[in-house]
Design a protein around this ligand. Structure first.
Ligand code: NAP
Length: 304
């Protein structure tokens, strides 16, 4: 049976001209448990040494509801200060626009200050991909676009992305941007297939956005599935995992990567071996039959 194409060795972030690995590593959980800068550096090395060049963080990562805002960025900043050469080996993505603890604020004043604070914590002059973390309904997209375009012109960011935006919100912001969106970051996993069904990935293909998938293992639920749907999805992934001698997690990343929109899964593990293992997803091949079997398990109903 014919196989779906293997992912390319590198993907482009939209039309920005920035090349990234087809799989990314995320630092949402980096600052948990009082991790030291030396331990954080080991994880950064694990990703880069495995060929994972896109590293995703956010100013809110590390926030525990009352304190810790900026901690994950600050920890990465310490790593970069101790070993400046690492900065050139990565495509650095961060996010802003959530005012802790909530709600969201993308007024010009807040967003401009948030970006400057991220740059200071990360101890870098430029964030390669700056993403609006969650949409602020009260900010006019024209105002948000102006701040982001100015940041590109000032050299503070290289390109622009969004996360958790609806399709009309993506279209509205893109309409006003001079430097068009390069990426969108929704939740996508074999346990969360909304994007595959609701047109978001089709819009990404239409606008040339690179979809970055957050929580590609459903926040870890795929590792210990519970309930009929999760068990069925796990078992459909295990068929391919067993045949190709890989873990279920790697099969899950590869399942996302086989989608024609060029999904870049953001690996969430903070264990060096699991980060390194994830890179094996580029070698996994899918047949249409196996790919659709996972989709059908996730839907819970046969194909019409
Ligand atoms: P995930 O890959 O779905 O889940 C990772 C979690 O699963 C970790 O706690 C990991 O623990 C656990 N896990 C258990 N067994 C595992 C196995 N065999 N292999 C790998 N992991 C296993 O991803 P996530 O952490 O929820 O999210 C990934 C990234 O997406 C974040 O770092 C962040 O960059 C991004 N994100 C973005 C948003 C947004 O709103 N834009 C929201 C959430 C996340 P160990 O660390 O012990 O391996």
């Amino acid at each position: 049976m014919s196989q779906l194409p293997a992912p390319p060795a590198a993907r482009q972030l939209g039309s920005s001209g920035i090349a990234v690995s087809p799989i990314a590593w995320g630092m949402w959980r980096l600052a948990e448990g009082g991790r030291s800068a030396a331990d954080a550096a080991r994880l950064v090395h694990a990703a880069l040494d495995a060929g994972i060049t896109l590293l995703d963080t956010a100013d809110i990562y590390g926030f525990n509801g009352s304190s810790g805002f900026g901690d994950a960025e600050a920890l990465l900043g310490e790593v970069l200060a101790a070993e400046p050469a690492l900065r050139g080996r990565m495509v650095l993505a961060s996010k802003g626009g959530i005012m802790p603890p909530r709600p969201y604020d993308q007024s010009a004043a807040y967003l401009t200050a948030a970006l400057d604070a991220s740059l200071a914590r990360l101890k870098t002059d430029c964030i390669d991909l700056y993403q609006i973390h969650r949409p602020d309904i009260l900010a006019h997209p024209h105002e948000v676009a102006r701040v982001l375009d100015d940041a590109v012109s000032a050299g503070k960011i290289r390109t622009i992305g969004v996360s958790n935006f609806t399709m009309p919100q993506i279209a509205a912001l893109n309409q006003f941007l001079g430097h068009k969106l390069a990426s969108t970051q929704p939740e996508i996993s074999p346990l969360r297939i909304d994007c595959i069904e609701n047109g978001e990935l089709d819009q990404a293909m239409m606008l040339g956005l690179t979809p970055l998938a957050w929580s590609p293992l459903g926040g870890g639920r795929l590792a210990s599935p519970a309930g009929a749907t999760q068990l069925a999805v796990a078992s459909a992934l295990d068929v391919v995992a067993k045949a190709q001698d890989i873990s279920r997690s790697v099969a899950a990343y590869a399942w996302l990567m086989a989608h024609p929109a060029g999904i870049v899964p953001i690996v969430g593990s903070q264990q060096a071996e699991r980060i390194a293992e994830a890179a094996a997803a580029t070698q996994v091949r899918w047949t249409r039959t196996d790919w659709y079997a996972v989709l059908v398990a996730a839907r819970g109903v046969p194909l019409p």
